[in-house]
Design a protein around this ligand. Sequence first.
Ligand SMILES: [Zn+2]
Length: 63
Amino acid sequence: MIEGDDMYKLECAQLFDGCPGVVEGETTDDVLTKAAAHAADAHGLSELDSETAEAVRNAIIAA
Ligand SMILES: [Zn+2]
């Protein structure tokens, strides 16, 4: 349930020590998609395996 201007965000440092990247989106799936793109760009991960995707989901917080 999304209401108003609620947003979700992921601080990449939760997953990659020292990374200043922050990804925001309107839904957790949106954040996950953007996080995957960031991981590819910044960390050379061409795709997230299910374990990493799960860790990303767990690290997403309401902003
Ligand atoms: Zn990062």
